[in-house]
Design a binder for this molecule. Structure first.
Ligand SMILES: Nc1ncnc2c1ncn2[C@@H]1O[C@H](COP(=O)(O)OP(=O)(O)OP(=O)(O)O)[C@@H](O)[C@H]1O
Ligand SMILES: [Mg+2]
Length: 526
């Protein structure tokens, strides 16, 4: 059997009946004088093939010769199979491949056959018990390998799940620890983080993965309480960036030296563990910073709006009032002029009209600076007012599709209002569009704004790079302040021919702007 597959050890049990045990007894008798010489030859063969001492010891304990002897002496089948199983688990944890084990056992069988033939002249009488025994051993080894691999893959699967479940870094660590403790059968598993206020560490001692007896190396046990019960400690360093940031320690109440695969699994797990911990810490840090930025963003929006209101108030109270006063005085001057002052009257009327136009312009500025309608009547009314004003300065088909009820956090409303203002200004100034559609949709805690015009379009990259233009940058910045996203998609109408092409393109042109803002959570509701 070169490849060991999970199988039923128990299937062999009925075969081990009395007749079998008697045959074994005869075999053991023939083997007794040969056993030690055989084992010595076998061990030297394995050494020649480069096997290590622990591997040789484990394989030598499951040869048919070794088992025949044990069975013949004790006749305790279960105990004997338990021993094979235990050795099999050790072999699996030592990292020996099943094929290597069966190849080694075939070498033993060859040596045994030759030795029997030399002494008896005929080895056929032992053929049947030998083959039965080999069969039972293989089944037990199969099962042992299967169980070890199964517990390894379960540990990896559980570690993977512990990582996927996420949560705060401490929760991830504690899940990792319970998986490792269960895998190794440890009584306790602990993680010690270097910045956790522990007394000074002996980094040289802890930087290495080691399995030790606390009585021999007490300084390496990080929980002094363990010294009273712990007979073996497995210590694995956590070094996410190459620097020692923590140590995982597993405590056993009995002597239990780790085997290569256990050590490998623990090293791999500790690496995953420190990466997961580091990632969780970064995520937590990021969330904290995001929260800070969100608060700052809210504050900045408020500051900007209050500054705009102050300027609008001052425009109203100072420049606005002075202009009104000037207009009145001009009117009075006009009325007080003698009848024959024709040219002067015309000049005064001109200045009065100029003052009146300036007053209208200042009113428009005041309204644009501080959208009091937003506070009084809400976003939908404020956007409709923007639309009506847009139509006055730029007559085109404007469709506004708004949800029936919009109740958004104040900051989001202000941002949406300012975005719409800038987008409509740009359309009026540059697009030459005949149709403009604006839609606002609220779903799944997101506000989606879609604006499209069928104008001339523009090259977004070069427009964004222009130093004297602030509108597009302002749109991006406001959206980013609220943690949203914006996408510009503009097609330039009637492009000049590209290299190697003839004639101008007749692309229809136009600009589409898609904006997404989160409106649930994060931003305080009004
Ligand atoms: N809807 C549009 N259609 C066509 N061109 C546009 C449109 N929107 C923007 N643009 C182009 O993008 C350029 C940059 O726009 P942006 O709003 O950043 O600056 P601006 O409007 O020129 O100046 P500011 O907004 O700072 O007063 C504009 O100069 C214009 O060429
Ligand atoms: Mg602009």
């Amino acid at each position: 059997v070169d490849v060991l597959t999970p199988s039923l050890t128990t299937a062999a049990a009925p075969r081990l009946n009395r007749h079998f045990l008697d045959s074994l007894s005869k075999l053991a008798k023939s083997l007794a004088p040969l056993a030690s010489g055989l084992e010595a030859r076998f061990r030297s063969e394995l050494r020649k093939r480069g096997m290590e001492a622990p591997e040789i010891a484990a394989i030598s304990a499951v040869t048919t010769g070794a088992l025949a002897e044990v069975l013949q002496q004790r006749r305790h089948l279960d105990r004997c199979l338990e021993e094979v199983h235990y050795r099999g688990r050790r072999l699996a944890k030592l990292g020996l491949l099943p094929a290597e084990v069966s190849a080694a056992l075939r070498i033993y069988d060859g040596l045994l056959d030759r030795a029997l033939r030399r002494t008896n002249g005929d080895s056929r009488c032992h053929q049947w018990p030998l083959s039965q025994l080999a069969f039972v051993v293989m089944l037990a080894l199969n099962d042992a390998y299967y169980r070890v691999r199964e517990s390894e893959s379960r540990a990896f699967y559980d570690l993977f799940r512990a990582e996927l479940e996420g949560g705060p870094p401490e929760a991830i660590l504690s899940r990792f620890l319970s998986v490792l403790a269960e895998y190794a059968g440890a009584r306790e598993a602990r993680v010690f983080l270097r910045n956790g206020g522990q007394p000074a560490w002996d980094a040289q001692l802890l930087e290495q993965a080691r399995c030790f007896n606390p009585a021999v190396l007490p300084a390496a046990v990080l929980d002094p309480a363990w010294n009273s019960w712990c007979r073996t400690c497995w210590s694995i360093p956590l070094k996410p960036g190459g620097e020692l940031s923590g140590v995982v320690q597993l405590g056993f109440a009995k002597e239990y030296e780790w085997l290569p695969r256990e050590r490998e699994l623990l090293l791999a797990a500790s690496e995953r563990c420190s990466q997961a911990f580091e990632r969780a810490r970064l995520i937590e840090d990021l969330a904290r910073r995001e929260e800070q930025i969100r608060r700052l963003a809210g504050h900045m929006i408020e500051v900007e709006e209050s500054e705009r209101s102050r300027i609008s108030r001052e425009l109203h109270d100072e420049a606005g009032q002075s202009l009104l006063c000037m207009r009145l005085q001009l009117e009075m001057l006009e009325q007080g002029l003698p009848a024959d002052a024709g040219p002067a009257r015309a000049r005064l009327a001109e200045i009065r009209t100029l003052a009146e136009d300036t007053i209208v312009e200042i009113r428009r500025l005041i309204a644009a600076l501080s959208p009091s309608i937003l506070d009084r009547m809400g976003l939908a009314a404020a956007l409709r007012q923007l639309g009506a004003r847009f139509r006055q300065v730029y007559p085109c088909r404007l469709r506004l599709a708004l949800p029936r009820r919009i109740a958004l956090p104040r900051q989001v409303e202000i941002v949406v209002y300012r975005l719409t203002q800038e987008i409509l200004n740009n359309i009026a100034k540059y697009s030459g569009a005949s149709t403009v559609n604006i839609s606002l949709k609220l779903a799944d805690g997101m506000l989606r704004m879609h604006v499209e015009d069928d104008g001339v379009g523009f090259d977004y990259q070069s427009a964004s790079a222009r130093r004297e233009c602030f509108g597009l940058a302002g749109i991006r910045e406001r959206v980013a302040l609220l943690g949203g996203s914006v996408r510009f998609n503009s097609v330039v109408r009637n492009q000049p021919p590209a290299a190697g092409e003839r004639g101008w393109s007749d692309a229809p042109g136009g600009t589409i702007i898609d904006i997404e803002l989160a409106v649930a959570g994060g931003v305080p509701q009004r």
